[in-house]
Design a protein around this ligand. Structure first.
Ligand SMILES: [Zn+2]
Length: 478
């Protein structure tokens, strides 16, 4: 199948109390490597709290929710944008929401009218969630009328080897191209077999209408969907009703603000074509149980939903910062720090949301004890004793050089487009590029932290003939 590529999903250990600021509670977790397909869609850049119209127009029940006929525009593929341009390590779906649900074992009818371009969209069935629904199910649409038996006609791409499609679920459109010049447009009519879901598009739907959808559309659809510029936020109907008094504009605004803050530390400043933000919305969904994950989608278990669906808690949600952060880690992320460098983004989000740094009281003591060990006993890539406090090495570089250090590091990676085949090459890229960005020879700093790089890497740094740092950055504290 075209556009398939390897992907990673990363699961993050958490439980309800762990959501609040406890960095160490986002413990080390199994790391999954899962194959799947990725595509992207477009979004706008501005983040605004949308006000309800002063004069609300009340729709008839049958007019609530998504329109039966919708226009979809082709977007750049995940491979070209996430991997080739942004040099990201993970890749999130770029599916486009529809506002519809299909029951299991349904006969559905879809009409497609291609307006321009050469490609046609795929219809995707079900919301993927690592640890929940670990596969995608799709149908390649053709022009004209498509009659689809969801029991027999869907192609199934397994994420985790589960059984055939039998759940039904939300409907999405996957409509992408590897060619930046492809700007196809198709009009899709969801003719029969589709059920409307409670569906809120920020800036288009009124909150009053969304509230009525929660009552009118009944229990036969699985999820409600909120759509902002940057995210699709899915949750079960039961959660939608339980949290119906939550300010959904605030929830979406917070998701957009956190995403924008993570993009800011990524140096996605629009200064050149490489440095434009991703054009896809992040798909955030709930799932019955398991741990929060980031991969094809961002998923949170039911036990976390009070935090996700309560604005005052979501604003300070380390879990949200962290899982969105995973979506922006770059290709130089070597395995040992996959759950560490993500928190460069989490802390940037935390600062942007107006909160002070989250770390355990003992973090600097653990760091001090580690740095005091003999050279032979320090290995940065082993989990103990530093574990998540390895973040403080990356944090010291931020203390030394500010936001610009990470902004320029991420930008340089997008410009360099390095081919990094293994962990040694990834670590070497980070270390040598860090020296380039700093304009200083960080050999002593990296040796103090025990980075187990090859002699060739340290020689490459020495050959840059950069000045020594003005002070020992390993002593920086805040
Ligand atoms: Zn994680």
């Amino acid at each position: 199948m075209k556009n398939l590529s390897n992907n990673h999903a990363t699961g993050c250990f958490a439980h309800s109390s762990a959501f609040r600021y406890n960095l160490r509670s986002w413990g080390f977790v199994p790391f999954y490597v899962l194959p799947l397909a990725f595509f992207l869609l477009s979004c706008k850049d501005q983040v605004q709290l949308i006000q309800e119209p002063a004069v609300a127009i009340s729709l008839a029940d049958e007019d609530l929710g998504a329109p039966r006929t919708q226009l979809f525009k082709q977007q750049i593929s995940r491979q070209v944008e996430n991997t080739d341009r942004l040099r990201l390590w993970l890749g999130h779906t770029g599916w486009q929401p529809t506002g519809f649900h299909v029951d299991k074992n349904s006969i559905i009818t879809v009409h497609v009218r291609k307006i321009s371009g050469t490609d046609l969209p795929k219809l995707m069935l079900g919301t993927p969630a690592s640890g929940g629904r670990e596969y995608d199910t799709f149908f390649q649409l053709k022009e004209g009328t498509n009659v689809i038996n969801t029991e027999t006609d869907l192609e199934i791409f397994y994420f985790g080897g589960r059984g055939p499609e039998k759940w039904g679920g939300n409907v999405y459109i996957d409509y992408t191209s590897d060619s930046p010049g492809a700007h196809g447009e198709s009009e899709i009519t969801f003719e029969s077999g589709f059920k409307k879901i409670p569906y809120y598009i920020q800036g288009e739907t009124s909150i009053a209408d969304y509230q009525r959808m929660l009552d009118v559309f009944g229990d036969s659809v699985h999820q409600a969907t909120l759509v902002s510029d940057r995210v699709m936020l899915n949750f079960t109907i039961a959660n939608a009703r339980q949290y119906r008094s939550s300010n959904i504009d605030s929830l979406l605004l917070i998701c957009d603000q956190v995403t924008a803050s993570v993009e800011a530390i990524s140096g996605l400043d629009r200064s050149s074509p490489e440095h434009y933000p991703r054009t896809a919305r992040l798909l955030i969904t709930d799932k019955p149980d398991g741990v929060p994950t980031s991969g094809f989608s961002i998923s949170f278990p039911q036990i976390s939903m009070n935090e996700i669906l309560t604005p005052s808690l979501l604003r300070r949600s380390w879990g949200l910062y962290h899982e969105i952060g995973h979506a922006y880690q770059q290709a130089w992320t070597w395995f040992a720090v996959s759950e560490v460098t993500v928190n460069i983004f989490s802390r940037a989000a935390q600062r942007a949301m107006g909160f002070s740094i989250g770390r355990t009281e003992n973090s600097w003591n653990i760091v001090d004890a580690y740095l005091a060990k003999p050279d032979a006993e320090r290995n940065f890539n082993t989990d103990e004793p530093l574990s998540y406090d390895r973040l403080e090495m990356f944090h010291q570089l931020w203390l030394a050089y500010g936001d610009g250090f990470y902004q320029n590091l991420h930008k340089k990676c997008r410009v360099d487009k390095p081919i990094l085949n293994n962990d040694d090459e990834k670590m070497a890229y980070f270390m040598t590029t860090a020296c380039d960005i700093a304009g200083e020879d960080l050999t002593d700093f990296f040796r103090k932290w025990g980075l187990p790089a090859s002699q060739a890497t340290y020689a490459a740094i020495a050959n840059k003939n950069l000045p020594q740092p003005s002070r020992d950055y390993s002593t920086l504290r805040d």
